[in-house]
Write a protein that binds this ligand. Structure first.
Ligand SMILES: [Zn+2]
Length: 364
C-alpha cells in the first residue's frame, strides 16, 4: 500500500514538473504540445493543467484555431505567481536575489559580512536582507522559501555546515535548522557550486547534458550536473575540485596536502600571473573531462570573472588541444550566464525545484 501511495505522489509531481519545465522555456503551450513532449495521455495532461491553473501557476493565454476542430486553449507560466530568495554566502559578502517562478532574477543586492563572521551575524544579515526584499506584501505572500548556497565542506542532507577553511565559527553548524527558525521560512542549504550548476541547468532546460561549473572565489570548487540532476556524492561533499593534486612537490595547501590545484593556482594569481593561474585551472578541467566525459564546462566566481577572457581562452584551448578529443567528443566551455548572481539564483531555483520540480522518490 505504501508503495502505491509513494508512486502516485511521485508520478503526480513528476508530471507537474514536466509541464512546469515546458512553461519555463518562456513559450506558450497547449495540451497537445504537452502530450507530445511528455508522452503522457491527454487525460493525464488535462488533470495536471487543471491543477496548475487552479493553483495560479499557469494561466490561459488565448486560443489557437486550426482547421474546423474545437479551438485549443493556449497556456503560459505565471512568473510572478511564486518567488524564492537565494543567498550566496561567501567569505566576505552576502549576495541575495529574488527569483520568480520562471527563473528570472528580479532583484539583486550585495552586502559585506564582518571578518570571520559568526552564524548569528550571518543570520542577522540574512534576516534584514530578506525583509528588504519582501517589503511588498505581494512578494511575501508568494515566497516559497530561502535557498542558501554556501562555501563547503557541508552536509546538504542534514543541513550542516561542516567547516570552511578560515572561518573559525563554522564547525558543524546546523545552519538550515537555525535559519528556518530565524526567518520563519523553509530553507534549503547546499554547496555554492551545486547551487551554481542548478542555475545553469535551469537556463539551458532539458537539453543540458552532463556538466561542471568551476567556481573561483577565494577557493576553487566544482559543481556537477550528471544524468539530469545535481551530483552531490556519497556524503554530499562532492565538488572539492580545488583540492585535487596537480603538482606532487607543490606548495602546502590549507587542507594539509601538497600541490593542490587551488594553492598552485593562488600562488600564480597572487604573483600577478593570471595567464598561468588560468592554465592551472585548465589542466584541472581537462583531468575532469578525461574522468567524467562532460558536455559543458561553465566558468564562474568573482575572482574568475575579474579576468573572464583569460580563463575562458585558457580552458577552451586546453580542452581542444590537451584532451586529444576526437570529433565526436565535443565540450562547450562558457562563462556563467548569470554572472555574479549565478550561485544565489541557483539557490533560489533549488527552493522552487523542491516545490515544483521532480520530487525525490520516497524510500520504500
Ligand atoms: Zn588542498
Amino acid at each position: 500500500m505504501t508503495r502505491i501511495t509513494a508512486d502516485v505522489t511521485f508520478l503526480r509531481g513528476y508530471n507537474q514538473a514536466r509541464v512546469m519545465a515546458l512553461g519555463r522555456t518562456g513559450r506558450t503551450f497547449e495540451r497537445s504540445t504537452v502530450v507530445e513532449a511528455t508522452g503522457l495521455t491527454p487525460q493525464a495532461v488535462s488533470k495536471v493543467i487543471a491543477r496548475l491553473t487552479r493553483d495560479g501557476l499557469i494561466r490561459p493565454a488565448g486560443v489557437r484555431r486550426a482547421g474546423i476542430g474545437k479551438p485549443a486553449v493556449v497556456y503560459e507560466l505565471v512568473p510572478d505567481s511564486r518567488y524564492a530568495i537565494g543567498a550566496h554566502v561567501a567569505r566576505r559578502t552576502l549576495r541575495l536575489v529574488l527569483v520568480d517562478l520562471a527563473g528570472a532574477v528580479r532583484h539583486s543586492a550585495v552586502s559585506p559580512l564582518p571578518d570571520d563572521f559568526t552564524p548569528e551575524q550571518l543570520l542577522d544579515n540574512l534576516a534584514s536582507g530578506v525583509a528588504a526584499m519582501t517589503t511588498s506584501g505581494d512578494v511575501r505572500g508568494k515566497l516559497t522559501g530561502v535557498g542558501i548556497g554556501m562555501i563547503g565542506p557541508l552536509d546538504h542532507a542534514n543541513g550542516l555546515v561542516r567547516g570552511a577553511h578560515g572561518l573559525r565559527h563554522w564547525h558543524d553548524v546546523p545552519l538550515r535548522e537555525i535559519a528556518e527558525k530565524h526567518l520563519d521560512l523553509p530553507v534549503h542549504l547546499d554547496k555554492d557550486v551545486t547551487a551554481g550548476i542548478t542555475a545553469e541547468a535551469w537556463r539551458h532546460g532539458a537539453t543540458f547534458g552532463d556538466a561542471a561549473l568551476i567556481m573561483i572565489e577565494s577557493g576553487i570548487g566544482g559543481g556537477f550536473w550528471l544524468g539530469g540532476t545535481a551530483h552531490r556524492g556519497a556524503h554530499t561533499n562532492a565538488g572539492e575540485f580545488g583540492h585535487t593534486v596537480v603538482d606532487l612537490d607543490g606548495p602546502r595547501c590549507v587542507c594539509g596536502r601538497h600541490g593542490c590545484l587551488e594553492i598552485v593556482h593562488n600562488h600564480a594569481a597572487d604573483a600577478g600571473d593570471i595567464a598561468r593561474a588560468a592554465r592551472v585551472v585548465a589542466v584541472g578541467v581537462v583531468n575532469l573531462l578525461q574522468t567524467l566525459d562532460l558536455a559543458h564546462v561553465v566558468l564562474a566566481g568573482a575572482d574568475l570573472l575579474r579576468h573572464p577572457q583569460t580563463y575562458l581562452t585558457a580552458v577552451t584551448e586546453a580542452v581542444r588541444a590537451d584532451a586529444r578529443r576526437a570529433d565526436w567528443l565535443t565540450t562547450t566551455v562558457t562563462l556563467s550566464s548569470l554572472g555574479a548572481d549565478a550561485i544565489a539564483a541557483g539557490a533560489a531555483m533549488q527552493v522552487l525545484d523542491q516545490h515544483y520540480g521532480v520530487p525525490e522518490l520516497a524510500p520504500i
